[in-house]
Design a binder for this molecule. Structure first.
Ligand SMILES: Nc1ncnc2c1ncn2[C@@H]1O[C@H](COP(=O)(O)OP(=O)(O)OP(=O)(O)O)[C@@H](O)[C@H]1O
Length: 296
């Protein structure tokens, strides 16, 4: 048993020295283990065996005089200096993760699902995001603030914004115009902010055509149609006729879920859970190796 443990330690030591001898420019000439034996030690084709394979292809040409490394029990600074010397360059303090670039997050969903509520809460709990204030020709609702919730403009003003090509996207929704001012996005992205766009489902489809995969598309849904209707009725901002149109439209809109990157349930009384999920999506997107690059 003791002999076996000794043998395993010896083999591991040989493996480490073998790896170092192949990777480092100044390997020890004292160890030159049989590569076939080492392949047997690491049979699963892990990164380790791949490293060995590539090192064994290129290592021999890089052999130089051997300078012994300080032992691991040595003073830490001395050990680090020794490792740096052996590697031939100092350790870099540059971040190893790819730089996270500002991104555009499109939040959409049927009327009354809670887009405004989710975005409002997200702005309270997360820094570095900018909610693009949409221009609209619809009337201001009680409690809404001009320039914060929407830019409330007349129909004539809206049409001249279209004329001047100032909008990334616009639509006529329930007889009223809504549109996204382009310059606001450029300005805030230049300052490093992530951009939140709030659009209805048709708007999201248009934005997908314009932005492609350069933006992240999130579809907000209620837990059920019944819950969505209850929420719309409770809001008390629509007439019965308007409610009917919105609910019929919502039935069609949920069929578009698959056109989005993510679906987030905004369940009754579970606003914070929905916001947390949106935050997780943003965090995950920031950790992507290949970042989405925005084209405006
Ligand atoms: N998780 C939730 N639980 C309960 N009520 C909610 C939740 N989320 C939003 N609400 C309420 O539902 C109503 C509709 O929400 P909100 O106005 O944010 O929807 P919306 O998707 O922005 O609607 P619209 O597109 O018509 O402007 C509001 O009264 C809001 O306070």
């Amino acid at each position: 048993m003791i002999l076996r443990q000794f043998y395993v330690i010896l083999l591991k030591t040989q493996t480490n020295f073998y790896l170092l001898s192949k990777v480092l420019p100044n390997p020890s000439p004292r160890f030159s283990p049989d590569p076939n034996r080492l392949r047997f030690l690491n049979p699963k084709g892990s990164f380790g065996s791949r490293l060995m394979a590539s090192a064994s292809r290129s290592g021999d040409a890089r052999r130089r005089n051997y300078a012994p490394l300080p032992p691991v029990s040595a003073d830490k600074a001395e050990l680090l200096r020794g490792l740096e010397a052996a590697l031939g360059s100092p350790f870099s303090s540059d971040p190893l993760s790819p730089p996270a670039s500002p991104m555009i997050i499109v939040i959409s969903g049927p009327s009354g699902v809670g887009k405004d509520a989710v975005i409002k809460r997200l702005q309270e709990v997360r820094e570095g995001i900018h909610f693009v204030v949409t221009a609209t020709s619809r009337a201001q609702r009680p409690g809404e603030i001009d320039g914060k919730d929407y830019y409330f403009v007349s129909k004539e003003e809206f049409l001249s914004m279209i004329e001047r090509n100032e909008l990334l996207e616009y639509a006529l929704v329930y007889g009223e115009y809504k549109g996204i001012p382009k310059q606001q996005i450029r300005d805030f992205m230049a300052k490093g902010y992530d951009i939140i766009l709030r659009v209805d489902v048709q708007g999201a489809a248009t934005l997908r055509r314009i932005l492609g995969n350069s933006a992240v598309f999130i579809f907000l849904v209620a837990e059920s149609e019944e819950a969505l209707v209850r929420r719309l009725v409770d809001r008390k901002t629509e007439t019965s006729d308007m409610l009917l149109v919105r609910i019929a439209t919502a039935r069609e809109e949920v069929k578009c879920t698959r056109d989005f990157d993510y679906a987030v349930v905004n369940g009754e009384g579970r606003l914070d859970a929905a916001v947390k999920l949106v935050e997780s999506i943003i965090d995950a997107e920031k950790a992507r190796v290949s970042q989405r690059s925005v084209r405006l």
